[in-house]
Design a protein around this ligand. Structure first.
Ligand code: NMX
Ligand code: MLT
Length: 541
């Protein structure tokens, strides 16, 4: 955009009555942050520019249409509707997943390797990327690690809560409970109660998000050790270890291969734009100004569903059943029969399909590439790789599955099992720890940009039926309409002729032409008023 255009646009924006942030004195406090430096300083510099941009868009283009809403969109889980804005990541049906515009494969390749000997980048670096919008250098990624080490001491009451949980409570239910129970730590609640102003909200959401990320490996590892290791396990963070290494260490895993897998896993599962259940729930709850602990916990309750994150547990349960039924190295025919039996029983094939992607999930491919490098002869890995070729064929034959290819959950379990983590009931917690790195930056930005409380409008089935029957009547009256269409067609021809005519008479008759067009318009508008009248009912509805 040229400078002069930008200037005139910003003048227009300034004219907008809504230009709230700029005139709000609280904003000036953000300017005390210097360029670059810590993640918070980078954000403080970026946020005013983004606010300006968003307000400009809203003021200048607020009435533009992004699409139409069909009944099938509403009745079909709002699929395909452009309803949410999210800059941290984007999912393209065919091109895959992008973190801040960078393809996920490239993200994994470029994230700085900060711990000596590690082959993968750090999730802390991914958090920096998703939050700041730029790939961090080694120093910036390491700074997040150091911050989280400093902030990571879990309050005693949270340990007590987790230790008091009955072992039958699912690890995800424990994870959700502990995340919500941490809300006395919320800096946002404290500031809100003291009367903090809207432009400053993001700063407290940022503090809460950083603290919550810092707490999560301890929360998750205590759940793991309490349920599966009889409560034994190290509960202290080691300042020489990064976030993933500390997490693995506290769960009792020392193998550097497993720690590298965990780094990759936590990067891959982090963000997936904002329409998926866990991200959207976090944003929805956060829009009511519930603090990040409560919002994240709500999102995790959604992740715990079998069609979402719990699918990674379901895949392993299904694979175990497959092996129990037809052995470790079954024939293709045996596998195909097993898949068909699953479908006949009315169940979905877990780990396959996606609401947006129409190709193999890049997160599946990246895990498979890790497997090919590190454990290609593992029986589970071999089986998953074979299924990748067989399941899509069967799902395609059903004729209704929009995406017959594997998603992220089809692969993760066998990799974890390769390194000895067999407790499949726990797998979704790992997904949850990772998802914090995406949904919390989304929350910081939502508050930074003043996203309002979400409140779509619902309608009753009765309203829909009346609306549909009235529009049907409208169509019947279309015999009239058909006639009109026919007339339109004729008009079109006439129009062409008359335009031609006008062309021939160009110049002289142009005014007349205009007049006559006006005249036609006048007539038309009378007609359209009539047709509007007939539609009045449903419109009112
Ligand atoms: N196995 C059998 N049937 C399927 C599958 C599958 N893997 N995927 C979709 N279908 C069916 C789906 O149940 C629906 O059937 P019906 O009309 O009878 O209700 C039909 O195909 C059309 O669904 P789609 O439009 O393809 O999928 P949708 O966008 O509604 O749902 C999922 C997406 C991911 C929920 C769906 O593909 C699924 O249930 N997959 C298995 C569970 C899974 O792996 N979930 C994890 C998703 C990733 N994550 O991490 O969250
Ligand atoms: C996710 O990672 O959130 C899943 O792939 C589910 C989705 O996008 O709906």
């Amino acid at each position: 955009m040229g400078r002069s255009l930008l200037k005139s646009r910003s003048r227009q924006v300034l004219k907008c009555g809504e230009y709230y942030w700029k005139n709000n004195s609280q904003l000036s406090s953000l300017r005390m942050y210097s360029d670059g430096g810590s993640l918070k300083e980078v954000l403080a510099k970026k946020i005013p520019q983004e606010r300006e941009k968003m307000l400009g868009i809203k003021c200048l283009h607020g009435d533009k249409k992004l699409g139409e809403i069909k009944v099938s969109n509403v009745m079909g889980g709002q699929r395909g509707l452009l309803l949410l804005m999210c800059d941290t990541s984007y999912v393209d049906p065919n091109k895959g997943i992008f973190y801040r515009g960078i393809p996920l494969k490239e993200v994994c390749a470029k994230l700085p390797r900060t711990q000596k000997g590690s082959k993968e980048g750090t999730p802390e670096g991914a958090f920096y990327l998703l939050t700041a919008g730029k790939m961090p250098n080694k120093k910036q990624a390491k700074a997040v690690t150091t911050e989280w080490q400093k902030r990571g001491k879990l309050p005693d009451y949270c340990f007590k809560l987790l230790d008091s949980m009955d072992k039958r409570v699912h690890p995800m239910a424990q994870f959700c409970a502990a995340s919500a129970a941490l809300n006395p730590e919320s800096k946002f609640v404290e500031a809100y109660n003291k009367g903090a102003k809207k432009p400053k909200y993001w700063e407290y959401i940022y503090e809460d998000s950083m603290n919550l990320c810092a707490f999560l490996p301890t929360v998750a590892s205590v759940i793991y050790c309490n349920i599966f290791k009889g409560g034994k396990g190290n509960r202290k963070l080691d300042s020489s270890k990064d976030w993933s290494d500390n997490f693995c260490n506290m769960m009792g895993y020392k193998d550097s291969g497993f720690v590298d897998l965990m780094r990759l896993y936590l990067i891959l599962h982090a963000d997936h734009e904002s329409g998926n259940v866990s991200a959207h729930t976090t944003q929805l709850v956060g829009s009511a100004l519930s603090d990040p602990y409560l919002s994240f916990s709500a999102g995790m309750c959604g992740l715990a569903g079998p069609l979402h994150g719990l699918a990674n547990q379901e895949v392993l349960v299904w694979l175990d059943k497959l092996v129990a039924a037809i052995g470790c190295e079954p024939s293709d025919e045996q596998i195909l029969k097993f898949i068909n039996d699953t479908l006949k029983s009315g169940r979905v094939v877990p780990g396959y399909g996606h609401a947006v992607l129409r190709q193999t999930d890049p997160r599946f491919s990246l895990q498979n590439a890790f497997a090919m490098k590190n454990c290609k002869n593992d029986p589970g890995v071999k089986l998953v790789t074979r299924l990748w070729k067989l399941i899509p064929k069967v799902l395609k034959e059903l004729g209704k599955v929009a995406n017959p290819y594997p998603n992220v959950d089809a692969h993760s379990g066998v990799l974890l099992q390769h390194y000895g983590m067999n407790e499949m009931k726990y797998y979704t917690v790992l997904f949850g720890v990772s998802r914090a790195l995406g949904v919390l930056p989304q929350l910081i930005w939502a508050r930074a940009l003043g996203a309002p409380i979400e409140r779509p409008k619902s309608f009753t089935t009765d309203f829909l039926c009346k609306f549909l029957s009235k529009s049907k009547k409208g169509k019947k009256g279309k015999s009239g309409r058909k006639g009109r269409k026919g007339r339109k067609g004729r008009k079109g021809k006439k129009g062409k002729k008359s335009r031609k005519g006008r062309k021939n008479r160009k110049g002289k008759k142009s005014r007349k032409g205009k007049k006559s067009r006006k005249g036609r318009k006048g007539k038309k508008s009378k007609k359209s008023k009539k047709s509007k009248k007939s539609k009045k009912g449903p419109k009112k509805c």
